[in-house]
Design a protein around this ligand. Sequence first.
Ligand code: ZN
Ligand code: ZN
Length: 220
Amino acid sequence: MTQDTIKHHLTDALLMAYSAGSLPEAFSLAVAAHVSMCDECRARLGAFDTVGGSLMDSCEAEEMSADSLASTLKLIELSDTRPLAPADAAPIEEGVLPAPVRAYVGGDLEAVRWRSVGMGVKQAILPTSGGATARLLYIPAGAAVPDHGHRGTELTLVLKGAFEDKVDHFGPGDIEVANEDLDHTPIADIGEDCICLAATDAPLKFNSWLPRIAQPFLRI
Ligand code: ZN
Ligand code: ZN
């Protein structure tokens, strides 16, 4: 995929929080995965990393005991739990899953352990910690994720195929940032099954009873 095909990018707030290492792991993964596919956001992240680094340098220049410097560095080390950014990662081979996602799956698509969530839609929850959940979603061509709203933030990154909701059409590399203000029914394009990485920090609000009943079992 080329830069020209990506229309939907990360917000500055998400890139800054990622750079500072303050996002929940599931959101960090979604950011790292988009950045690995998107030259534009990789460049913007580089700028935030530089600003963050120089702030750190100017802090260190102030009078600090050897002890406090060591403990500050230790804290930074402990708090930096973000997944490998593409710059640190091994060279990327071709595959459907970007390298940061493959690290969680233990391989490419063939290694994903899908579970049905009904109506042909499948998911695989990834092992992230903290207050947010990351999952791979498999939406068959032409199928829909049931109409829902959001109690928190939902990041949806298209890895393969495309979907459309009332906001726009999202293709490979595009990331949709949804929040409390948005109710939507993402529908996969007719021509191709759609695979997405979705990260949420609160349960979705389904607008029909069937998904609501299944929700606790699906952790969605
Ligand atoms: Zn981008
Ligand atoms: Zn949503």
